[in-house]
Design a protein around this ligand. Structure first.
Ligand SMILES: [Zn+2]
Length: 119
């Protein structure tokens, strides 16, 4: 599942993307704002947001543009991007910092358990 922040900003952005459709969990389809998508057919939409691990990426099958959701947002709406970057930053550093520490704690507690096993 994409992070709730990504999902929130996809929703905020969706009103500006033509033919925006949610295809699936973590998969969205719309007309590419960079190349304007197909000029022959107004119903073709070849821009996609797709999920890779927990992050969202953008890819256009018309012009080949490929970038992270974060960069896509930066190019399309600098103001909205600032909010997004801020919100992500305030949610992530504590998590990243704690990861290595909790791994060390886990290792220690396992060896303690082994030694003190009553059987
Ligand atoms: Zn494109």
């Amino acid at each position: 599942m994409p992070s709730y922040i990504d999902t929130k900003y996809v929703n905020l952005l969706s009103s500006r993307l033509l033919l925006f459709k949610r295809k699936n969990e973590g998969l969205y389809n719309f007309r590419c704002p960079f190349c304007g998508d197909s000029q022959k057919s107004k119903t073709k939409a070849r821009g996609y947001f797709y999920q890779k691990r927990t992050d969202l990426f953008f890819r256009c099958h018309n012009c080949g543009e490929s970038t992270t959701f974060s960069n896509f947002l930066k190019k399309l709406d600098g103001v909205l991007y600032k909010d997004y970057a801020l919100e992500r930053r305030s949610n992530r550093p504590r998590f990243k910092y704690g990861r290595t520490r909790s791994n060390q704690t886990r290792k220690t507690s396992i060896s303690y358990q082994d030694r003190s096993s009553p059987n």
